[in-house]
Design a protein around this ligand. Sequence first.
Ligand code: COA
Ligand code: AMP
Length: 637
Amino acid sequence: MGYQEIFKQSIEDPQSFWAEKAEDIFWFQKPESVLSQDKKGNYRWFKGGMLNTAYLALDYHIETGYGDQIALIYDSPVTGKKRKYTYMQLRDKVAAFSGALLSLGVRKGDRVVIYMPMIPEAVISMLGCARIGAIHSVVFGGFAPHELAIRIDDAKPKVIVTASNGIEFTRVIAYKPLVDSAIKQAKHKPDHCIVFQRDQLKAELNNERDLDYSDLVAKARPGAYIPVEATDPLYILYTSGTTGKPKGIVRDNGGHAVALKSTMKNIYGINRGDVYWAASDVGWVVGHSYIVYAPLLAGATTILFEGKPVRTPHAGVFWRVLSEYKVKTFFTAPTAFRAMKKEDPFGSLAKNYDLSELKYLFLAGERLDPPTYHWLKDLMKDKPVVDHWWQTESGWPMVANPLGIEKFEVKPGSATKPVYGFDVQVLDDDGKPVKASTEGNIVVKLPLPPGCLPTLWNDEKRFLASYMERFPGYYHTGDGGYIDEEGYVFIMGRTDDVINVAGHRLSTGAMEELIASHPAVAECAVVGINDELRGQVPAGFIVIKDRYKIDEYSLVGELVTMIREEIGSFAYFRQTAVVKRLPKTRSGKILRHIIRKMADGDEFTVPSTIDDVKILDEIKEVLYDKQIGKAFQTEGI
Ligand code: COA
Ligand code: AMP
């Protein structure tokens, strides 16, 4: 069957479409229904089905004769270590860790926060939770204690798992003091903190709460997998919304396993035994879905890479890994290639490696900008370079070039076609469908396919308000864009206050909330402006309180430090300026989009509702003076 037929069936008859896909995983008990609605009217997939995601990812392969196949390759240029785990070895490590959790009283439905660098123990901890039905919540290691504390208070974990340190290029970052500080800040106190001691640094275990990972595992009896309901949560992954409070995206077990397994073949062209590499971080959704779960569900070999695209030790390290492990499909963020391109403009380093086994290159996390696409295409020659679009909320691609089904010609700037199950449409602000090639709000007609968020952790109200109420009957993605006459989807960027910095999703609202808490700040606006390497970076515009005495430079310095220490340095909040006033509508709404467009040097129409048009000249002057954005380089400003 070709794409069109498959897509049509998935939309017109989702029940039989997904019933068939569900046959591809092993159920301890088959679902009573494929698609149903709960009492509140929310859609649920595979109700009544019993399964275990860690069993499907590991034990199932062993039982079907693939125990000696390599499941995971750990390659760490920052430590010089490389290690391979067969399915059997990985399962044994996971079972041992499950046993350790059980010995601490962790049971089905309990939460476990994982704050770890890119080491095998992070993957083992995730699967160890899944094996016993505990719900993991991985927090990206770049987040500062304040952000970790917010997540601890929301998820209320029984246990936190961490490591003594992470490594950023050559810099060793002690994790344990960060976790200690987060626990101190949080109202909820976990019973235990399990610490994996790495060679670079030994963390101090200073009270009964702290436990050594290796000791604990050595003492525990292996934990058995338990069947869980398809609708039971597998994990919570916090992602940035428009406020300081992150959204706890819930992923259930059944829909996730069925959907993810289907994508390996249909989208990424991966079969059992193939090598697949997603160069992301386990702290992000790409890491959850495509470093850990999907490749293992498919019986492939996955790579866990602890390094960066550059300077670990050089801009050819990705080509080295691709060649060394004969990777068939590679997936990363465009920003990683932009970083490589900066250091190796002609991609000469790729020529040192045999890339003949590499078949497909996938990019996501942000729009694949046409210059990066062309650079890669020139380098890759006949290998497809595929942009595909998705979100933490969806858990898997909503728009892609489904290479395992049908290969479409690429249109640079487009993520290609809606993936089966996703009825992607474009609506205007009044909820009416727009004509082809007209920009509007990107939405997905309900029901969403399996694997997408059924709700937000502890916040059904926000789930409905954020995603379901703006356009009744549709999931509101928060992205804007258009679909052309040939059905190609172009995602043009967020329509809300979420920005994307080097493939990392961040909330400008969260930054504003922090900045506004500084006693000198009367009001502020943070906007995401274009950046050649990172895609976007935040820029802050601050109004100081009338009679507050503070030197402008000290304030700016304090605010930059504040964001580093409270959110994390990866937020890259470095450009900020004091302004006399912010542009507003007469009703007092800050015109952030105008500031952003001015900084990017884009054209804009001055809204008739603007309070005082002269403010725009003041902002222009500040952009020029502080050299913020591109605008100051443009003639005439
Ligand atoms: N733990 C602690 N700190 C971290 C961190 C982590 N996991 N990740 C980033 N940081 C810190 C860095 O150390 C740096 O700190 P500094 O300001 O004190 O130097 C800061 O955050 C900025 O980091 P980063 O944005 O990573 O910049 P960089 O110059 O170190 O690297 C890139 C630039 C483009 C190479 C890097 O951002 C990258 O690899 N991006 C790809 C990201 C990706 O794959 N995203 C996929 C999501 S799908
Ligand atoms: P995250 O939830 O961190 O995966 O971020 C999701 C957001 O990243 C989306 O809502 C988009 O704004 C952006 N994004 C991800 N992939 C793409 C892509 N291929 N093209 C355009 N935007 C993307």
